[in-house]
Every structure is written in structure tokens, then in C-alpha cells.
Design a protein around this ligand. Structure first.
Ligand code: UD1
Ligand code: CA
Length: 451
């Protein structure tokens, strides 16, 4: 039986923020949720130690296995773990993780637990070129772990050690309880250090099984905004690599951001500087060109999204093109073989198949049929200053350029609207409707001359 303790009570002073440290986000998911997600499948319960902003931390995390444990005063990592002691069963193995080390992978957790099962105590270390800020792993001449010394307490020689404590360990609960009892605040910070249990275990002749994490980014601790941004990039590149392994073409993984879930079919291509937010679904052979933002949307097979377009909470059909410079606002549904061109904004509208809105238009609160052609600069006037009104454009209609459709209004099947019209009443099927002053020419008019 396994249980977990995740430490998340600290304030995170170095973040210089009102938000609890563990609620800062990587890939738009908060740090603590990353750790909870990596742990969930290996343990029966997850004891999360909270203190600073505990209410907001509790509210932000979704997980049924969590026992919330309050650490009223933050007297150190050892003190934090002591708070969970009454919840620990002697026979189980306890996994200890830090809420500010979010990129830990499930496979690493699994290895650590397997090692702890045989030795009773396993810990994860890593070798860093720049170990500053971390606790150093001190070994004897035989390479056996002797202790962990925090940066602030380390001698000059100890500070040169590049193998550091990731903070992540697994230990039999009976041993953990025993060593937690022996902690003393004999250090520069006057705190109870969890890391001091290592020395107790060594005195107790426990052979600590350590193992080296190959990828330093997996165990990086986040204490300030610089580290947060580094963690974000590591996370994005790792995610991009996973997507590429599944067949997604990503032009440059260092300019790829997916903040949420992404599913895709075969032969999709994501060009540079695309941001995915929320949950997105791409069909087969979808192209997303540079500088697009796609949020909570579904895009059909063979559809291309051209540069600098924004699509939010919408459904785009197959073999359709959007952009460049198009904005598709929430609750829009665009059919197959359609086109939304440059500088077009569509809001809360349905456009069926084979229809085109090619240039410079605003279409809001509208229902547009099949085979409709909307000319350049057409505006649906959906708002009267107080209420929103609907526009309907039936199948096969042609709306001449620079027309305004003053809603509520309906344009009939195969109707044609003459360019430059302001349409305030319903237009009948199959006919030309226009509202335009007759053109005239003044024969004797002369251009004024400069005096
Ligand atoms: C800690 C380790 C250090 C390790 C590093 C890895 C100790 C003494 N040091 O240092 O060896 O290299 O992590 O990232 O353990 N917390 C509480 N209650 C407290 C104090 C801390 O819940 O009273 C939580 C914090 O919210 C944080 C975690 O424990 O999530 C680690 O605390 P932090 O102060 O960041 O420790 P480090 O100095 O990074
Ligand atoms: Ca830390």
C-alpha cells in the first residue's frame, strides 16, 4: 500500500506574488495539480500539506484522493511532513513530493517506489552544472549517502558538490515516523528540515537507495518567476516531442504552446507561434499557419487556418479556409468547403457549406445557409444599442459589397442584394433588392482651383 505527501504550505516569497506558489501555472495547469496528476495512479491517498492561502489552494485542485492537512505555521519541510503523521499507516510506503517541483514524471515515481520496497528508503537526486539553492547530497568514500546539507548550511567544499536533492523520496512509514521524531532545528534557518531524516537513517544502518534522474528539468524546483518560465518551456518542448512522436508536424517545438488538451488526426501541421488553449480537436490534414490562437475548438479534415487568426469555442468543418487575419468568436459553427477571409469577424453565427465571407466583414448573431456569397465589407447590424437581433441569409443568396443588413432581417433564397445597400426589411427569394440613390452626373461642374 502506498500513500503520498505533497508539501504545499509555503508562501513562495521569492515569487513576489499574492498567489500561493503552488497555484502558479505551467501549461495553464497549476503546479500542485501537475504533481497530483503524476502521483494519482500509484497511491491510495494523497495528503497535501497546505498553509499559506490554504482556502484558494483547496478550491483550485480537483482530486478525490486528497486529504488536506493544515500546517498552521511553516516551520520547515520536516515540520510539514510531521503534520501528516496521524494519517500514516506503519505498513505502507510514503512517497514525498514537493508542490513546487511540478514536472516529475509518473515513470520516475514508479521506479522510486520499487526501490523503496526493497531498501525501505529511496531518494531521487540529480547532477546539476549549477547546483546553487539546492540541498547537496553528501556521500562517503564508498559512495554511500551520508546526509543532505542545505546550501545555507554547506561548507565551501560541500557547496562544490553537484549532486543535489530533488526533495522527492519514498520511505516506509514506520521509518519515516521514527526519524521525524528525531528532527531538530539545528541549522541556519532554525527550521525542521525533512532532509535530516537521511542522517538518522544512516545511523540506523538503513541502506538508502538513491537514483539519479537523467533529465534535470523533470525535477527542477520553482522558487521564482525565472524558474517558472524555464519550467514552462521544458514542459512545452516535452509535450511537443510527445505530439511529434504521435505524428504531429511541428515546425519549431521551441515556438509551440499548448495550454490544455490537443487531439489530432494524421498529417496535421502546426507552424510557428501557434498557441492552443483549452481543449482542441484537429481532424486529418489540418494546417495551422503562424501566429494563430486556437481555443476550445474543433477543426475538420483538410481545413487550413491561415496566419494571424483567432478561433475561440467554435466548430470549423472540412476543406474550409479561415484567415489570414480572421477572428472567429465563440459559438460559431462553419461548415465544409467554406471560406472566411481576411479581416473578417464572425460571432455566434452558423455558416453552412460552400459559403464565402472573403473580405472585411462583420457577421454576428447570424444564420447563413449553403452557397451564400457575402461581398467585401458587408456588416450585419446586430445591435440597436440595447438588444441583439438575428440576421438570416438563406441558401444561394448573394450580398453585394458594402451592404449593411439591419437586424432583425431575413434575406431570401437565391436573393441578390445590390452593392452598397442598407437593408432594413426582409428581402424576397430569387429577386434583386437594393436601396441606393440613383447615380447622376453634373455636366458643367468644374474642379475648384487653388488660390
Ligand atoms: C528543498 C529541500 C532541498 C531540495 C529542494 C528541491 C529541505 C530542507 N530542502 O529546499 O534539499 O534541494 O527542496 O527543490 O527540504 N513547505 C511546506 N512547509 C514548510 C516549508 C516548506 O509545506 O514549512 C513546502 C513548500 O511550499 C514547497 C516545499 O515544501 O512546496 C519545499 O520548500 P522550499 O522552501 O521551496 O524548500 P527549498 O529551499 O527549495
Ligand atoms: Ca523549492
Amino acid at each position: 500500500m502506498n500513500t503520498a505527501i505533497i508539501l504545499a504550505a509555503g508562501q513562495g516569497t521569492r515569487m513576489k506574488s499574492q498567489t500561493a506558489k503552488v497555484l502558479h501555472k505551467v501549461g495553464s495547469k497549476c503546479l500542485l495539480q501537475h504533481v497530483v496528476d503524476a502521483t494519482r495512479d500509484y497511491v491510495e491517498t494523497i495528503n497535501v500539506i497546505v498553509g499559506h492561502n490554504s482556502q484558494s489552494v483547496k478550491a483550485a485542485i480537483k482530486e478525490s484522493k486528497i486529504n488536506w492537512v493544515l500546517q498552521e505555521q511553516q516551520l520547515g519541510t520536516g515540520h510539514a511532513v510531521q503534520q501528516a503523521v496521524p494519517l500514516l499507516n506503519d505498513d505502507s510506503t510514503c512517497l514525498i513530493l514537493y508542490g513546487d517541483v511540478p514536472l516529475i514524471q509518473s515513470v520516475t515515481i514508479e521506479k522510486l517506489l520499487i526501490k523503496a520496497r526493497t531498501s525501505g528508503f529511496s531518494l531521487l537526486s540529480v547532477v546539476l552544472d549549477d547546483p546553487s539553492g539546492y540541498g547537496r547530497i553528501i556521500r562517503d568514500t564508498n559512495g554511500l549517502i551520508q546526509s543532505i546539507v542545505e546550501q545555507k548550511d554547506a561548507s565551501e567544499r560541500q557547496q562544490n558538490v553537484k549532486e543535489i536533492n530533488t526533495g522527492i523520496m519514498a520511505i516506509k512509514c514506520s521509518l519515516l515516523k521514527k526519524y521525524l521524531n528525531e528532527l531538530k532545528p539545528n541549522n541556519v534557518q532554525g527550521e525542521l528540515y525533512l532532509t535530516d531524516i537521511v542522517e538518522s537513517a544512516v545511523k540506523d544502518n538503513v541502506n538508502i537507495a538513491s537514483f539519479l534522474c537523467e533529465n534535470a528539468s523533470e525535477v527542477m524546483g520553482i522558487n521564482d518567476k525565472k524558474q517558472l518560465s524555464r519550467a514552462e518551456r521544458f514542459y512545452q518542448v516535452r509535450q511537443a516531442e510527445d505530439f511529434m512522436s504521435s505524428g504531429l508536424t511541428i515546425m519549431d517545438p521551441s515556438r509551440f504552446d499548448c495550454r490544455g488538451g490537443l487531439t489530432f488526426g494524421n498529417d496535421c501541421t502546426i507552424d510557428v507561434n501557434v498557441v492552443f488553449e483549452g481543449d482542441n480537436v484537429l481532424g486529418n490534414n489540418v494546417l495551422i499557419s503562424p501566429n494563430c490562437i486556437i481555443k476550445d475548438s474543433k477543426i475538420g479534415d483538410n481545413t487550413s487556418i491561415f496566419p494571424n487568426s483567432i478561433i475561440e469555442n467554435s466548430i470549423i468543418g472540412s476543406s474550409t479556409t479561415i484567415g489570414p487575419f480572421a477572428r472567429i468568436r465563440p459559438d460559431t459553427n462553419i461548415g465544409d468547403h467554406s471560406k472566411v477571409g481576411n479581416f473578417v469577424e464572425i460571432k455566434k453565427s452558423t455558416i453552412k457549406s460552400n459559403s464565402k465571407v472573403s473580405h472585411l466583414s462583420y457577421v454576428g448573431d447570424s444564420k447563413i445557409g449553403d452557397d451564400v456569397n457575402i461581398g467585401a465589407g458587408v456588416i450585419t447590424c446586430n445591435y440597436d444599442g440595447a438588444n441583439k437581433h438575428q440576421t438570416e441569409i438563406k441558401d444561394g443568396a448573394f450580398i453585394g459589397s458594402n451592404s449593411q443588413l439591419v437586424a432583425p432581417v431575413s434575406i431570401g433564397k437565391n436573393a441578390t442584394i445590390g452593392a452598397g445597400s442598407t437593408i432594413t426589411q426582409n428581402a424576397p427569394d430569387n429577386k434583386l433588392t437594393l436601396s441606393r440613390n440613383k447615380q447622376s452626373t453634373i455636366d458643367k461642374w468644374k474642379r475648384p482651383k487653388k488660390k
